[in-house]
Design a protein around this ligand. Structure first.
Ligand code: BJW
Length: 262
């Protein structure tokens, strides 16, 4: 990690009024949640159009639910990792903060993040196709596949599939944050799925300092002010001085820009 870049991020965070973080599947990789793309990604074993589209669900709801039931069982065994914890720490250290996640696993909330929007929904919620009502469902494994609502209607996972609109309020909040933040951290996303992939571009155009953390280069890398390549669970705690802040809780962001909170 380049010390000059770390110092610059520290300075920016110290001065920032608004901080935003965009996360993708890579932030949960070290918790044991598979990513979508890449060598071990879900899309290597499964075809996205067979499982993550409304057409796939209409064609074969049982098949789609079996996949989600398998993923829910896997995620239920996972815990937040130091990357999730460092982001929750950054929220507590920031005046105005928004976490924008594409992940559906719920691990950010378990790590203590509060101010967040889930752009692609949440795997622990279901939606009734008859009533449109959304409810929490934590059954692991599911009691029946496909699960049904009390009204008899078919339930679907409350996630966003390809070709579907994102939750409008969450999307608006995400774009507002991208347009107005001083610093945007982009962690563990391939930055190819729209509209989330546009958020770093918007932030950069509006003058934000954009920092990427990813195992490998992405389409965002050339545009970001800083790119750090490696595991998020190792890089983020160091980058945000989360580990040293545990030893000295007053140290974080007291860099050249002064302490973060007034
Ligand atoms: C690590 C790491 C470690 C690993 N540390 N890093 C052409 C142009 C523009 C748009 C389109 C287009 N063609 C089609 C579209 C639209 C489409 C789209 O963007 N497609 C692209 C693939 C081309 N988008 C949509 O359809 C969206 N809706 C939409 O556009 O609606 C329009 C509309 C408006 C009004 C009415 C109706 C419609 C919806 C997108 C929904 C995406 N859904 C999914 C599934 C969610 C549910 C579920 O989980 O089952 O969301 S797909 C999947 O991709 C999931 C993710 O959230 C999303 C993004 O993936 P992510 O998080 O980036 O993961 P990966 O695996 O891609 O990357 C992981 C990264 O981590 C890698 O870079 C690794 O290197 C890194 N990494 N380990 C750090 N330890």
């Amino acid at each position: 990690m380049d010390p000059a870049e770390t110092a610059e991020l520290y300075k920016r965070l110290g001065r920032a009024r608004r901080v935003a973080v965009l996360t993708g599947a890579g932030v949960s990789a070290e918790s044991g949640v598979p990513t979508f793309r890449g060598a071990d990604g879900l899309w290597r074993k499964y075809r996205a159009e067979d499982l993550a589209t409304p057409e796939a669900f209409r064609r074969d709801p049982k098949l789609v639910w079996e996949w989600y039931d398998w993923r829910r069982q896997l995620i239920a065994r996972c815990q937040p990792n130091p990357a999730h914890q460092a982001i929750a720490f950054l929220e507590r250290r920031s005046q105005d903060f928004l976490l924008i996640t594409q992940n559906v696993d719920g691990l950010h909330r378990l790590a203590g993040s509060i101010r967040m929007v889930e752009l692609h929904g949440n795997i622990w919620r279901v939606r009734c196709l008859e009533e449109g009502k959304t409810t929490e469902n934590l059954d692991v494994p599911l009691q029946a596949i496909p699960p049904r609502c009390e009204c008899g209607g078919l339930l679907r996972p409350d996630v966003v599939w390809f070709g579907e609109a994102l939750p409008p309020e969450a999307l608006q909040e995400a774009f507002d944050a991208a347009e107005s933040c001083d610093v945007l951290l982009v962690v563990g996303t391939s930055a190819v799925v729209q509209p989330a992939a546009s958020l770093p571009m918007v932030a950069r155009q509006r003058g934000a300092y954009v920092v990427e953390v990813n195992l490998e280069p992405t389409p965002l890398t050339s545009l970001a002010n800083e790119s750090h390549h490696g595991k998020a669970a190792e890089i983020l705690p160091r980058l945000l001085a989360f580990d040293s802040a545990f030893r000295n809780p007053h140290s974080a962001f007291e860099g050249p820009g002064g302490p973060c909170s007034p």
